[in-house]
Structure formats: structure tokens, C-alpha cells
Design a protein around this ligand. Sequence first.
Ligand code: MN3
Length: 258
Amino acid sequence: MHLWRGMANFGYMKNQTSRRNFLKTSSIATLGTLALLSMDGYAFSVLSSGQEPFVLPPLNYGFDALEPHIDARTMEIHYTKHHQTYVNKLNETLAANPDLKGKTLVDLLKNLDAIKTPAVRTAVRNNGGGHWNHSVFWSLLSPKPGEMSEELKGAILNKFNNTANFKDQFEKAAAGVFGSGWAWLLYNKETKQIEITTTANQDNPLMDKKYQKNYSILMGLDVWEHAYYLKYQNKRADYLKAFWNVLDWQVVSANFAI
Ligand code: MN3
């Protein structure tokens, strides 16, 4: 069970609605499950149960906890500015479109086609995607990363022969994202194969019909420049190598076990 070391970071959460939602989210999260990412939504407790107004999910660690691999300033700006802006713009969009209220974030992202107005659809896609993706990303990072389960290790070895080759392939995919986007690790529950894929901007596999059945999302890595530029400048490859030092395999394994 994680301690809520990031609690002090929530002092800026001023209004009571945010505070109530934060407490609700926290109590769900502290039930102990770290398995957040099921495509089916049933285990995606924090976000699939959440409805607007959406709020930032709590961090399990301080902004400086991932140093030197991810620097404190990047974490602070990334979380309090970038992620918060996605949350704010998503809430603004939903407030202006009452027909979209009452839906979970996962429902919205899986059914973008149902949003008929192109500008509204784009706003939900970019800002809802940004909220979901970053929530996933924070959950995967830890200053004291746990180990990979034997089951997940077996699936990775089955596909990639060894973990060094797996990391190499994942880094290659992440390095190959042109401009801004994400690299994802997925599990096809039908073929029982691990897969690597990438998305542009704030898109994610939830939005892709291909991945909406029989897949679990195990992890996602932010390769937008804002995720690494302060420390690594143009050297995305160095950021990708550093990422492994703070990736909590225990969380990835929990997502695999869904
Ligand atoms: Mn980002």
C-alpha cells in the first residue's frame, strides 16, 4: 500500500467540490488496488467511476521523489500545469455540452464517434485523452519501484526472449513517435501476446476500436517534449533509458493480472 506522500501538493485544491472529489478518489485508490487500466472499465476504479467535474488524481510521491531520473521542476509543471489544463478544458467542454454529462471518462473516450460536433469531439479527445493518459502515467511511476510478476515476465520472455530486448523494442517504438505522443504496452488476452503500440498527441488505445475488446493496457509512456525537455533537452533516448529506473513493475503487473 502506498502512502500518500503527495498530499502536501494538494494545498492549491481550494474549492469544496474539488476537495470532496479528491477525497472520494483517494479513498477509492487507497483500497489498495493499483490495477487501473482494464479496457472493460471494471477495474479502472479511479477514473471509470469518476464523472465531471474531473479532478487531478493524487500523486503517491512528491515532485522531487523521482530525481534524478525525472526532475522535480518537470514533475511540478507537468502535473500542476499540463495535466491540470487538460482537466480544466475537459470540464469546460462538458459543462458547455450537457448531453455529455454523467458519462465516465472511459465511456467518453471509447465512444468519441458518438459526439457529433467535430470541435466538441476534438476537445474531448485531446483533453479527455490528456487526463486519462497522464493519470495512467503517474500511477506507473515510483521512487521505489516494485518487481515484475512471474506471469508478466513469462509473457514478456515469450514475445521478446529477454527483458533487454523488450526494453530495446519499447524504446525504439517510443523514440519513433514523430512529434508528440505516447508509447503503450498492451496485452492481447485472446492471443496471449504482449504488444507495443504508439499513438499521436493525447490519443490512446481506448479510442481505437481494435483495442476495445480483449486487450488490457499495461502501461503508457509520455514522449511529449514537455515530459523531458527541461532535463534532457532534445535527447529523448536518454529520457527513455531513465524511465526504466522509476517504472513500478508491480503496477504494470497488476494491470496485466486483470
Ligand atoms: Mn504530458
